[in-house]
Design a protein around this ligand. Structure first.
Ligand code: AP5
Length: 218
């Protein structure tokens, strides 16, 4: 399928997106992961993006659109992909629409995960990631089997620098101001699917499965 996962920071879209792509295949395009790689490699884009990401602000549209355009042109050779975290503004959505129309592969569904702001703060401040394979954990709700090391590959886990309480509060404000208007944008296109993002990770997976008519069980 050609999917977009939308929602506030920490709503669980990355956790669910990885699960969906593992089960159904297709190209996974996560703008946040791509940007963190650019920062790590100290590329020109990474150097420009770093301060915005650290503050919890959006990286300017032209930089992001360029990065995603290159990825889509290079990697989307089949009709199945999942976009996670892009687009986040109306200009980004319009640019994406033009790119996909040009490839004759328009989005089929935009999935919005609804989670209250208080729960978001608990989720993000407890998040830990594997430095080697990028697996995502939560200290309380989805801990690795042994503290500080990844259950999948044994790599060290770490906390993202933008996962502090203060930065998360700003990321939530940015989401409500700049990204939430996309819900109406995709509702008007008739492809918005809203999912309650509260509950166990497996419950949310079951809701996605039901809403999209997919089979995601292991
Ligand atoms: P990005 O990396 O995309 O961050 P985000 O959108 O803020 O989303 P997160 O990765 O924080 O959350 P998520 O929804 O994936 O949640 P997760 O599954 O990890 O972007 C980072 C920055 O890059 C942005 O701030 C911006 O600066 C820049 N950027 C990126 N894209 C951009 C764009 N398009 N335009 C401009 N700038 C851009 O889950 C969170 C935690 O909760 C985890 O610990 C997880 O284990 C846990 N969890 C998940 N599900 C559940 C559940 N059901 N119950 C309990 N815990 C759960």
């Amino acid at each position: 399928m050609r999917l977009l996962f939308l929602g506030p920071p920490g709503c669980g879209k990355g956790t669910q997106a990885k699960h969906v792509v593992e089960r159904t295949g297709g190209t996974y395009i996560a703008s946040g992961d791509m940007l963190r790689e650019e920062v790590k490699n100290q590329t020109d884009l990474g150097k420009k993006a770093k301060s915005y990401m650290k503050a919890g602000d959006l990286v300017p549209d032209d930089l992001i659109i360029n990065m995603i355009r290159k990825k889509i042109e290079r990697d989307i050779e089949n009709a199945s992909f999942l976009l996670d975290g892009f687009p986040r503004t109306i200009p980004q959505a319009e640019a994406l629409g033009m790119m996909l129309d040009g490839l004759n592969q328009p989005l089929q569904k935009a999935v919005d995960f609804q989670v209250a702001d208080d729960e978001i703060i608990d989720r993000i401040t407890g998040r830990r990631l594997c430095a080697t394979c990028s697996a995502v954990y939560h200290v309380k709700w989805n801990p690795p089997k042994s503290d500080g090391s990844c259950s999948a590959c044994g790599g060290d886990t770490y906390q993202r620098p933008d996962d502090s309480v203060e930065t998360v509060k700003n990321r939530l404000q940015v989401y409500h101001r700049q990204t939430e208007p996309l819900l109406q944008y995709y509702r008007d296109k008739g492809i918005l699917v809203s999912i309650n993002g509260s509950g166990d990770i497996s419950e949310i997976t079951a809701r996605i499965e039901q809403s999209l008519g997919l089979t995601l069980k292991a």
